[in-house]
Design a protein around this ligand. Structure first.
Ligand SMILES: [Zn+2]
Ligand SMILES: [Zn+2]
Length: 174
């Protein structure tokens, strides 16, 4: 299963734009992220001289795990993609850019059948929140017994004891 688009037509005519609509059941993300809804991708590629500008939207839903309690969390993905592509043979028109500069700014391709999978995967991962939580107030797991504290309290006494009070308590016992 791939997210291929054919760039031949747009690559060969400066100034034109081609639209692509794709739907795919599933693409592999990472071991912790699973796609739970078909992915819809809508992209527009415009030929601006040697550079092909790609702009579009990605829409899907993925299942991840809450960073605190490890329960499943469904995350709606609605994100924008913007990339600049350059055909390998057209690199010479970009002037004297170093290899690093090219790599930072552009995606170089040498086959008109272009697979969007890597771009899509990267953009989905970058669109995720820094911390994935089932709820802002998620209480997480007890660090002693592992009980999910959103469901019920456990019997562990995990309150921090003031070390000075602990010394007093010990003195009294002795
Ligand atoms: Zn949680
Ligand atoms: Zn506990």
């Amino acid at each position: 299963m791939t997210l291929n688009i054919n760039l031949n037509r747009v690559r060969n005519a400066v100034g034109i734009t081609t639209n692509y609509e794709l739907i795919e059941e599933k693409i592999d993300l990472t071991s912790e992220l699973e796609m739970v809804k078909p992915i819809r991708i809508s992209v527009m590629v415009t030929n601006n001289g040697p550079i092909l500008e790609l702009k579009g939207y990605i829409n899907t839903e993925i299942k991840a795990r809450c960073n605190r309690c490890l329960e499943d969390v469904i995350i709606l993905i609605n994100t924008v993609i913007e990339e600049e592509l350059v055909y390998f043979a057209d690199l010479r028109y970009l002037g004297n850019l170093s290899e690093n500069e090219i790599e930072e700014k552009y995606i170089v391709f040498d086959n008109d059948i272009f697979d969007l999978t890597d771009i899509v995967r990267e953009n989905i991962i970058l669109s995720l929140p820094y911390k994935i939580l089932c709820d802002e107030r998620c209480r997480g797991l007890c660090f002693r017994c592992g009980q999910n504290l959103n469901i019920k309290e456990c019997d562990c006494n995990t309150e921090e004891i003031d070390p000075r009070l602990a010394i007093l308590a010990k003195l009294k016992r002795d």
